[in-house]
Design a protein around this ligand. Structure first.
Ligand code: FEC
Length: 284
């Protein structure tokens, strides 16, 4: 390669990075559990009460620290425990704490899902990167990295309550993992940034129509679990899940690029009500 070509290349602005800015918050673990009914039934009432008495304070303590219990409908499990914690170490502590309970011998994990609360910042990404490009700041240069760190820090501060949310106090949960398509003909990861921004904006507009009825928490799981995102929806009317998700199927970003894993729908149960569930009653 001649010197002229090298000089020409150095003068070209580097392509803007394709990855949108995101900010991350709480670490989240979903545990889907099956009750080993046959084994549980062989225990005497006294032994069952003993195991519940040992588990109850631990369950109530973890509930206060950001966990919730849901009674699942269908064959995919009987219970879903959802834990929101500041980091993976604390999530792992909860997991280990639960595993040491005698009650755990009667619960079997059918699957689990690990992710972190993620807020995607397409609008800020497009706006801030055009500003930086207009100022001649080269992507990934020291100045670029400093500016990006400052943008992220401002956003984290502004969105702190959404990054570390409480588990919404609604009657029902609907959780499922999903991917954006990476097919030969349709590949989300090759769509230009501005187009993805447009599609995500449309997605947000559809979602906003349901903002009063559904609380949504998006968690990112690239590098952590088998799908790219986890979607948690919380509502007092379970029918709203069907209506929202049906509406979104026609939204271009879902119609063309969304792939879904298994859906888990559950009813919120206070941790203190687990004894009722194990006695075959949904607590009031
Ligand atoms: O590329 C990405 O960043 C993808 C992350 C992502 C996925 C996703 C999937 C679903 N959402 C659903 C419901 C809502 C509701 C609102 C809403 C808004 C947003 C916004 C972003 C966003 N969603 Fe999303 N969603 C993802 C990301 N979504 C970014 C914009 C505002 C915000 O940050 O909240 C409206 C919330 C409100 O205004 O109160 C409701 C549902 C799905 C899964 C079904 C589907 O995609 O078809 C439902 C992945």
């Amino acid at each position: 390669m001649g010197n002229d070509t090298l000089i020409e290349q150095a003068a070209q602005p580097a392509a803007l990075p394709p990855t949108p800015l995101t900010i991350e918050g709480a670490s989240v673990l979903h545990q889907m559990l099956r009750i080993r009914w046959a084994a549980w039934r062989t225990l005497t009432k006294e032994r069952q009460a003993e195991l519940m008495a040992q588990a109850a304070p631990v369950l109530e303590e973890i509930e206060k620290a950001g966990s919730a219990v849901f009674s699942l409908l269908g064959h995919k499990g009987d219970l879903m425990l959802v834990h929101f914690r500041p980091d993976f170490v604390q999530l792992n502590r909860v997991e280990l704490r639960l595993a040491t309970l005698g009650l755990w011998d009667y619960l079997e994990t059918t699957t689990s899902y690990l992710s972190v609360v993620e807020l995607g910042l397409y609008d800020s990404t497009v706006k801030e990167w055009s500003r930086l490009a207009a100022q001649g700041v080269q992507p990934h240069s020291e100045e670029w990295n400093r500016e990006v760190a400052a943008i992220l820090s401002r956003q984290r501060e502004a969105m702190a309550s959404r990054l570390y949310p409480e588990i919404p106090d609604r009657k029902y949960i609907c959780f499922y993992p999903m991917d954006r398509r990476r097919g030969e003909a349709k590949n989300w990861y090759q769509v230009p940034m501005n187009e993805r921004q447009r599609l995500m904006r449309e997605h947000g507009m559809v979602g906003r129509r349901y903002a009063d009825d559904v609380k949504q928490i998006i968690t990112g799981s690239i590098g952590f679990d088998d799908w790219e995102w986890g979607v948690d929806l919380f509502a007092n009317d379970a029918l709203v899940f069907k209506k929202l998700i049906y509406d979104m199927r026609f939204d271009e970003v879902s119609a063309v690029y969304a792939l879904f894993g298994s859906f888990y729908v559950g009813v919120r149960v206070p941790a203190a009500g687990l004894g009722d569930l194990l006695a075959g009653r949904l607590p009031a």
